[in-house]
Ligand binder design. Structure first.
Ligand SMILES: Cc1ncc(COP(=O)(O)O)c(C=O)c1O
Length: 423
């Protein structure tokens, strides 16, 4: 059996929707993008949404909208993909990396507090694996410290404290304290990259919450200007109302196409079903791996703090990088494609060059060394989950990473339910 790590879940409906755009004569930013933006706003409960070409672009545009640049500091976690910190570098600000807490994968208010300075302009928590950070606690901390903060542009002024930009590349559909990802932070950046829960092949979006005192139509207009050369009329508007336009700033170019949005609209319509499947897989993993001496991701599958179940990371306490590598190779040999999330940023050349050293991030390093991400995608069936668990536990036990014990009984896949179990 071969179990893929995270292939896209594309049906004939997505293919038809993209084909219809290709046949329509309008393939770049237009009606489909506007529809997807409205649908995402309704789904997340955000005040507004602008779709862009990637999650990285969404992070960068949020920082630019906030006027963040050289001389400013932005706090984020060392335990993330490079995109989170790279966007901070792109605007010329300094990424201030935070170690993980002793437990778990998420940035916490306690870990952020000692890193705050009068130059801190934003914090970017990352909703790792689909689990939302505790935005309420982070917001409370930043309000407590508001005297350290001097706003430098009208959006910062309306927020009144250090801004929170959620890196929600993993968390579409998740919630915290009953609030959906998209409406939790001041700005929320989604990714629709090929491996994400909802894909447009490449794509992203920036959502914002209702910020009292901010002019929401100005925010929307500003993001559109930033992402399309600072041009006052889009290609579609030019077609409808004359060619003439102005360029009000030398802007960037990261708009979404209608082809991508058509794919995203079908994925969003299917999303409740895709999310339910992911949650069922996590439930099956949780059941099969229960009682072993390893740490499970802790996905909450329903209610006020439900996870989007994007990744299924398991943590083997005491495992080393080398042994984890051997385990992954053996798993791959048995047809199970696992992965690692993440190599902490201070271990990577670009962030070492910024002066970071892995030695200053012991929790992130320890977690990385013992972490392995099992396959999780909405096309995965129960037999594949059971096979993955069987291979993983057998190999880890043989390697001494799990104590010998009676192999957890995967139990029959549900399609065999009711049949005799004869061993
Ligand atoms: C945590 C995180 N942040 C940001 C991104 C960037 O998203 P994109 O690839 O859409 O630019 C990713 C994508 O892998 C991610 O996993």
């Amino acid at each position: 059996m071969r179990v893929e790590f995270s292939p896209p879940d594309i049906t004939e409906e997505e293919i038809e929707a993209v084909a219809a755009v290709l046949r329509s004569g309008w393939i770049t930013t237009g009606e489909r993008v506007a529809e997807l933006e409205a649908a995402l706003t309704a789904y997340t409960g955000a005040a507004g949404t602008v779709c862009l070409s990637s999650g990285t672009a969404a992070l960068e545009m949020a920082l630019r909208l906030l006027g963040i640049g050289p001389g400013d500091e932005v706090i984020t976690t060392a335990y993330t993909y490079s995109a989170t910190a790279a966007a901070i570098c792109h605007v010329g600000a300094r990424p201030v990396l935070c170690d993980l807490p002793a437990e778990g994968y998420l940035l916490t208010a306690e870990m952020i507090e000692p890193l705050l300075t009068t130059r801190t302009r934003a914090v970017i928590p990352v909703d790792f694996a689909g689990i939302c950070c505790d935005y309420r606690a982070i917001k409370t901390l930043l309000w407590q410290k508001y005297r350290m903060f001097t706003p430098q542009n009208p959006v910062q002024e309306a927020i009144g404290r250090v801004a929170i930009i959620a890196d929600a590349a993993h968390s579409l559909g998740a919630c915290r304290d009953g609030v959906m990802s998209g409406a939790l932070a001041d700005f929320t950046c989604l990714s629709f990259h090929a491996v994400k829960n909802l894909t447009t092949a490449e794509g992203g979006a920036i959502c914002w919450r209702n910020i009292a005192g901010a002019d929401h139509s100005w925010i929307e207009r500003q993001i559109r200007l930033l992402s399309l050369h600072g041009q006052t009329r889009t290609a579609r508007e030019k077609l409808a109302g004359g060619w003439e336009y102005d360029i009000v700033m030398p802007g960037y170019k990261c708009n979404m196409t209608d082809c991508a949005a058509a794919l995203g609209l079908v994925q969003l319509r299917r999303y409740p079903e895709l999310l339910a499947r992911r949650r069922a897989i996590c439930r099956q993993y949780d059941t099969l791996l229960d009682g072993l001496s390893l740490e499970l991701p802790g996905h909450i599958l329903s209610g006020q703090n439900a996870s989007a179940c994007h990744l299924y990371p398991v943590y083997l306490p005491g495992c080393t990088e080398v042994r984890r590598g051997v385990l992954m190779e053996a798993l791959s040999g048995s047809g199970v494609m696992a992965n690692v999330h993440y190599k902490p940023l201070p271990m990577l050349t670009a962030y070492r060059a910024l002066g970071y050293s892995p030695d200053s991030f012991p929790n992130a390093y320890r977690r990385y060394a013992g972490e392995l991400t099992l396959p999780l995608h909405s096309r995965m069936n129960e037999a594949e989950v059971a096979y993955t668990v069987m291979q993983f536990t057998d190999i880890a036990t043989q390697m001494g990473l799990l104590p010998p014990r009676h192999r957890p009984r995967p139990g029959p896949p549900s399609f065999l339910e009711g049949e005799e179990d004869d061993d």
